[in-house]
Every structure is written in structure tokens, then in C-alpha cells.
Design a protein around this ligand. Structure first.
Ligand code: TRP
Length: 331
């Protein structure tokens, strides 16, 4: 039997180049070899956006389109919506008994995110989202979970819950998953920020038009000390150069030297970069256009993926309840 992969995206906005190199390309490659599940984590997104649920709803299809446009193949991968799989919520409740509040409070990702959102008194749902994420992963007994580094504390928790459950109820119904980190370093923002972010106003989105991508690349932050073309550049502090490293690896060394020697100007360098990035995005745009022209197809893909997730989730919950001896009506 094929091993199973599960990973997910919060539908809080369109996905960008950082997602592409950090996780989307990876999952598209892995779908050939693994039974793949891609979760659209709308319930998890509510932990930070519960006051604007409509923002989440409008992004469910956006994230589905992003995944399909980069080459996720619905024949090989199941794309599904978290809130439509109630067994995930059920498992969350059972797992919540096996985790202490202090463990969650000490989770470094929770701490950082709570500080970023300015939560002084965070909700129970936000504090507990790593428990819900454990249910996301274990409802289908995923073996591998491709994630970014910030998700590693959640993966540790998932393993802990799985071991605790299996030990306590003397069973092996739950599979202990492994995290899989992307080989690609995190993409910096166009503004030089350490992270390209959905809502940081520094991202190139997969759905951006050619013109938008060009304008964004031309506006990318470069070496602030290089004011005139004749000034020697410092590629290490230039966000455009950091993109060359990823999107233009063959010319990267030359570009580095030419910049240091002031043999190439920023505009030429960026136009070159634009060509490379645009070549990468062009087929993605074309696929997106196709799916945009067939909205019913996207809906059908989500419905079919969600149906498959529900079947598997019901099997898992049945086994979980059996292990916990929760069967009060017999049968
Ligand atoms: N927390 C993840 C993120 O913010 C999204 C996510 C939700 C996820 N459920 C998951 C990732 C399960 C991996 C597995 O990126």
C-alpha cells in the first residue's frame, strides 16, 4: 500500500511564490508516489478570523485554485475542506483530554503567533489549534506531513498525542507521523522582510498577472548603498539577488560577480529575474484560467475529495471509539 501524505493551507488569502517553493512544488512532486491529502484548513483559519468568517469562505476556492493551478492532480490527490469533515472535530475533542493546557501554552509557535496577533487572553480555540491539527493529520493516519519549520512544535505534539492515545487505550489505531521539511529556504519579502507573507504586502502571488509580477519585481528592495549604477553592489542584502538564487540558479554566480563589480545595473538584473519568474508562473496562470473557466469542476473536485476524507474519517473514529470503549448502544 502507498504511504499517505497530509498537508494543509489556511484559507486566509491567495498563495504566493514562498508557498510555491516552500511547499506546493513539493506536494505536487510527492503526489506521484504517495496517497496525498490536501486540507483546506478553514476551521483553523477561524481561530484567528472568527470575527470575519466571510473572509475565510471567499478564500476556500482561492486556495483550491492555487493548488490545482500548480499541478495538484485531483486523480492522485484529494483536496478537501476541513469544516466539511466532522470526524476531525470529533477526534479533536477526544485528543483534547490528552494534552495539558501548560503544554499548549509553552508551544513556541503558539507563543509567537499570539504575540503577533496581540492576543493577551487567547481563545480556547486558538490555544488548542495544534490539537485540532493532530486530528487533521491522524483522521487519515498520514505517515508524512510536509510542513514549514514553524510547524515542528505542532508535529511534536501530534506524535505525543498519538503515543499517549495508543499507550493509554492499548491500541495501535493511530499512526505516528513524520514531518517533512522543504529543502528550499524561506523566501524573503519584496521589501527585504525576512518572510514573504500573504498579508505583509510584500508577496508575488501565483494569481498575479504578468504586469503585476513585473512591477513588483522592479520595486523589490535592493542594496540601499547602491545609489548609482557605478556603485559596487552587495548582493547579500538584495532581495532580488536572493530570488536569483532560487529562480535563476544557473546565472546566479555571474550575477553576483557582475553586481559586486558594478557591471550590471539593478533594472537589467531585475528584468532578467522577471523573465525567469514569469516563465515559472506562466503555465500556472494557464492552468488557473482553465479552472476559473470551469468553476463547477473545482467544486466537484472539492466535493469528491471531501467525500473520500469523510469515508476515511468515519473508519478512524469508529476504531478510536472502539479503543476507548465508547459504544453505549451496542452493535
Ligand atoms: N498550520 C498550518 C499552517 O499554518 C496549516 C495546517 C492545518 C496544516 N492543518 C494542517 C499543516 C495539518 C499540516 C498538517 O501552515
Amino acid at each position: 500500500m502507498k504511504k499517505r501524505i497530509l498537508t494543509g493551507d489556511r484559507p486566509t488569502g491567495n498563495l504566493h511564490l514562498g508557498h510555491l517553493v516552500g511547499s506546493l512544488q513539493n506536494r505536487v512532486a510527492l503526489q506521484e508516489e504517495y496517497d496525498t491529502f490536501i486540507l483546506i484548513a478553514d476551521v483553523q483559519a477561524l481561530t484567528t478570523h472568527f470575527e470575519q468568517p466571510e473572509k475565510i469562505t471567499e478564500n476556500v476556492y482561492a486556495v483550491a485554485l492555487d493548488n490545482l493551478s500548480v499541478g495538484l492532480n485531483p486523480e492522485k490527490a484529494s483536496l478537501f475542506v476541513q469544516s466539511m469533515v466532522p470526524t476531525i472535530a470529533e477526534l479533536t475533542v477526544f485528543y483534547s483530554m490528552l494534552v495539558s493546557v501548560n503544554t499548549l501554552r509553552h508551544n513556541p509557535t503558539i507563543k509567537t503567533e499570539a504575540a503577533n496577533y496581540g492576543y493577551e487572553d487567547m481563545t480556547y480555540g486558538f490555544l488548542g489549534y495544534p490539537v485540532s491539527q493532530t486530528a487533521d493529520i491522524t483522521f487519515c493516519n498520514a505517515n508524512l506531513v510536509p510542513v514549514g519549520e514553524d510547524q515542528l512544535p505542532h508535529m511534536e505534539l501530534t506524535k505525543k498525542i498519538v503515543r499517549r492515545f495508543n499507550d493509554l487505550y492499548k491500541t495501535n489505531v493511530l499512526t505516528e507521523p513524520e514531518a517533512m521539511l522543504s529543502a528550499c529556504p524561506r523566501l524573503v519579502g519584496l521589501d527585504g522582510n525576512a518572510k514573504m507573507g500573504k498579508s505583509l504586502n510584500n508577496a508575488i502571488f501565483l494569481c498575479d498577472t504578468e504586469e503585476m509580477v513585473k512591477a513588483k519585481i522592479l520595486s523589490a528592495k535592493t542594496d540601499p548603498q547602491r545609489i548609482n549604477v557605478k556603485d559596487k553592489g552587495h548582493p547579500d542584502v538584495c532581495s532580488a539577488f536572493s530570488y536569483h538564487k532560487i529562480f535563476n540558479p544557473d546565472e546566479c554566480e555571474n550575477i553576483c560577480e557582475s553586481c559586486k563589480q558594478a557591471q550590471v545595473g539593478c533594472v537589467d538584473c531585475k528584468n532578467n529575474l522577471f523573465k525567469k519568474v514569469n516563465a515559472l508562473l506562466k503555465p500556472i496562470r494557464q492552468k488557473r484560467e482553465y479552472y476559473e473557466a470551469h468553476p463547477n469542476l473545482v467544486r466537484e473536485i472539492l466535493v469528491a475529495g471531501t467525500e473520500k476524507a469523510n469515508t476515511i474519517g468515519q473508519e478512524t473514529v469508529a476504531k478510536v471509539k472502539e479503543a476507548m470503549k465508547i459504544n453505549h448502544f451496542g452493535g
